[in-house]
Design a protein around this ligand. Structure first.
Ligand SMILES: O=C(O)CCC(=O)C(=O)O
Length: 278
């Protein structure tokens, strides 16, 4: 694996507290392994209400991709795996969950006092999808600075090794962003771990895996006959984060502060009020 061309001087910053949600052991695990699992964060009612709002948005996206793009656009392949971004623009429940007390406390502990929503998307992996979603770091897709932001992979249905739960590769986050190759299935950072190194993180509906934007992860096939694996992915970044776009020697910096969907979660350590319209 090679370093990303913009990743020159990265140093992982350990988390020292004071913490609102984590204990010292969880903070140490996050620093050493790059991920944490939180069981049963949201109850069934909350998850069902979210699915009810996300399903039609996902259906619209899949239909549009079938009708206008021959069933495939970038990493979405209809009938196999769909990525439905920016659901907070259409789903009040999604918006509410991104601002829940759990996430306010978690982002305080892992990102600091001033934090925004960076990205959100539903990812549905359909039964019979044989392909994996390849090893990557989230910061390998769009290169964000600071490189250390947070992804929360919230299971909407039970996720296990049969239907494509996340599998993470601990340790590599500490060196910053790796170079990624574009493949037909998605970006690939070229990780080739032994069975001992990679850790599968099965999670029940309502539970979540929180990992760094720098933690290599993949998901396996969905080999079930009838279980759609549904997840809602929520990413948070420190206020002031920017996406860097490189063209030749030119670097453009794009602030991650779109008013409608990259709204503040914490301001000065306090939950931000929602003045949005969703
Ligand atoms: O949920 C999946 O199957 C893959 C999603 C993922 O790893 C991502 O969006 O970064």
């Amino acid at each position: 694996m090679n370093k990303h061309e913009l990743n020159h001087t990265f140093e992982w910053e350990n988390h020292r507290g004071p913490f609102r949600l984590l204990d010292e052991e969880q903070a140490r695990q996050y620093d050493e392994q790059g991920f944490l699992v939180f069981e049963d964060v949201f109850d069934r009612e909350t998850i069902e209400a979210l699915i009810e709002e996300l399903d039609p948005i996902e259906r619209d996206l899949e239909k549009m991709i079938e009708e206008h793009f021959g069933g495939k656009i970038f990493i979405t392949r209809s009938g196999e795996i769909t990525f439905t971004p920016h659901t907070v623009l259409r789903s009040p429940k999604a918006r509410e969950i991104t601002r829940s007390p759990f996430f306010c406390d978690l982002v305080h502990d892992l990102l600091g006092d001033d934090v925004r929503l960076y990205w959100d998307q539903a990812v549905y992996k359909k039964p019979g999808t044989a392909d994996i979603f390849p090893w990557h770091q989230d910061n390998g897709y769009s290169y964000v600075e600071p490189q250390q932001y947070l992804t929360c992979w919230l299971a909407l249905t039970d996720a296990d090794e049969e239907n494509g739960c996340p599998i993470v590769l601990p340790g590599f986050h500490r060196e910053g962003t790796w170079a990624h190759e574009t493949t037909d299935l998605g970006f690939d950072c070229g990780a080739n771990p032994t069975e001992h190194e990679a850790i599968a993180a099965p999670v029940r509906a309502g539970s979540l895996v929180a990992f760094s934007s720098l933690t290599p992860h993949k998901t396996g096939p969905n080999m079930t006959m009838d279980r759609i694996r549904k997840t809602y992915i929520i990413q948070f970044a420190p206020d002031g984060a920017e996406v860097l776009k490189q063209e030749g020697t030119e670097i453009t910096r794009i602030p991650c502060d779109a008013a409608d969907r990259q709204y503040p979660i914490l301001v000065g350590g306090q939950p931000a009020s929602d003045r949005g319209t969703a």
